[in-house]
Design a protein around this ligand. Sequence first.
Ligand code: ADP
Length: 775
Amino acid sequence: RIGTAALAVQVVGSNWPKPHYTLLVTGLCRFQILQLLKEKPYPVAEVEQLDRLEQFTNQPKSEEELGELSEQFYKYAVQLVEMLDMSVPAVAKLRRLLDNLPREALPDILTSIIRTSNQEKLQILDAVRLEERFKMTIPLLVRQIEGLKLLQKTRKPKQDDDKRVVAIRPNRRINHIPSAIEDEEEEEDHDDVVMLEKKIRTSSMSEQALKVCLKEMKRLKKMPQSMPEYALTRNYLELMVELPWNKSTKDRLEIRAARILLDNDHYAMEKLKKRVLEYLAVRQLKNNLKGPILCFVGPPGVGKTSVGRSIAKTLGREFHRIALGGVCDQSDIRGHRRTYVGSMPGRIINGLKTVGVNNPVFLLDEVDKLGKSLQGDPAAALLEVLDPEQNHSFTDHYLNVAFDLSQVLFIATANTTATIPPALLDRMEIIQVPGYTQEEKIEIAHRHLIPKQLEQHGLTPQQIQIPQVTTLDIITRYTREAGVRSLDRKLGAICRAVAVKVAEGQHKEAKPDRAEVGEGEDCKEHVTEDAKPESISDTADLALPPEMPILIDFHALKDILGPPLYEMEVSERLSQPGVAIGLAWTPLGGEIMFVEASRMEGEGQLTLTGQLGDVMKESAHLAISWLRSNAKRYQLTNASGSFDLLDNTDIHLHFPAGAVTKDGPSAGVTIVTCLASLFSGRLVCSDVAMTGEITLRGLVLPVGGIKDKVLAAHRAGLKRIILPRRNEKDLEEIAVNVRQDLTFVLASCLDEVLNAAFDGGFAVKPGVEHLSSKL
Ligand code: ADP
């Protein structure tokens, strides 16, 4: 029931690997507990202060005896301290303390310094009377002195050890609360360290790693626990033990099963699935293939990541995704050296620790978005990881020993190859994953996305019904994307809304509900406009019996998702001369682009806006030059009727959207068509889109990204597409149903382009050519 009142001065420690704190307190006095007031959350008690120093010194009756005792005690204390090495600052300080402190305080202080058991320390603490305390401490001092003498005799040359013992101990002298728990903890820690050592010895790490670990273990044992490095070293050793040096899962690979699994998980994407199966087949035939690293390149949301996951599933391997977007520090890949505070292993080693086997599938997501900074180039670090010739001895800076990555199957994904560093690109085999057609999206939605969303929202097909027309509506009017991610989100939004209805039990009264919606003015308009009134009455009727599903029709869609985000605006924007539709390729898939031109009085200057790159600017100059040289042939004149188109005229060309940087040669034909429309005053057909590079002679050269561009035109509802003739082969990749909806005009020169772009053709003035041939 006796304790020490103390003032907490400092608390240091860490929570890892397990809570370990050092508490610095200043002891004030002894106290006795009179009455415990409460125990939780912390004990509160009424206490009585037991020792007051002045009280003891003023006690006249025992003064003499005490004086003798304290003198004796002082002598022993001095003798003990003088046996130690005075050159150690802590010892010298202790010597000074002996003289400066009141004698009455000495027993407490010395007891905490000398080697005593916790039991003995507690006895001293319990000794309230000073006289008793002196009497009890003296034997302890004598024992320590004798011990030291003996030690000095037996280990003369090794005096250092004693110094160390005492040099460390004074640090703890203020720590007056000796408790059994402390001892227990120390023992527990010791046990942990022993266990760790055992684990290291029994683990299957490489010889080199084992050597390093044992060396670190030796250091760890000598370190006091309060040293920050203790935790660091321990973390390191624990990581080394946890790493899957030799642990792997057994590949189960059966091509037929793999094909079924891939087909079940993913609709369409035939080319990608074919290549993946080839890859897996080669792995099956030639065990342990040092094959190329596959890199899936395509717009977001086309299933690159999920194919990666399926591959892991077919192989029966663990899957781990490493997001590389925005990583600009090479230590993210390769780890920090252990000398830094807070150093960590890189993501590769961390991933291995997480999955716990050495042959997982690692998906390196977004390799095209690696950054670069002063902290080094992460792409360069990745080179070593991805090179099959090097990665069997990948050295993470934190581990500082080689780890064999050759069993890991790496798959990378990217939106574009343009920003992948060439050296990295060289290590990988690129597989293009183009965007989906509308039909494919509908199938994907009904086969995969809707069932998944239903499950996530706890709904059943008996509660909600999304017909294909609704899905098509979502695809065309609420999303504009190459992949299916927004479509998935919109379906999620619908499911949420339905979940609320179902949860409220409101769908049972769907009829009044529907009527209520109908009352809104917006909806009334649509009922008449949409010419699909039967679906509403359907819903109402269907909803009557409570167990019927909620049908998502156009009106429900509008209620849930709001008014449509995208409308077909093509024809409207082509209602004046000087506008043409081009096709552009972006990392997010294909897109249609309205190229606009206007002319005004001026000095023959060309203004280009829309953040264009150099190649695109050159295309614009090429287009103007070609038109100027062919103005007579086509009867193109400027405002004042002159065939010199730039005479007293300025031209402004704009490529929306203004904030997006654009470059590439493929807008050449569009610019020519747009300017031809401007100078001839004729409208370009509103359902025609085009792409192609031009030359000064008026030839049309092939360009890339045809499939994505055609899909974009199809999405936008265009009907005719003008392509370079040499791109004809690319059309084979396009799904038959898309091809059927579109007319392709293959052009090898600009005359053919202009002819196809204007209703009724764009005739060359007869006679002009005769004249020129005469010359
Ligand atoms: P990415 O990695 O290409 O950006 P994800 O792999 O994350 O795209 O795909 C987004 C979502 O679309 C996933 O939920 C995925 O299941 C789904 N998805 C994409 N393509 C298909 C497909 N062909 N079949 C089934 N689901 C698909």
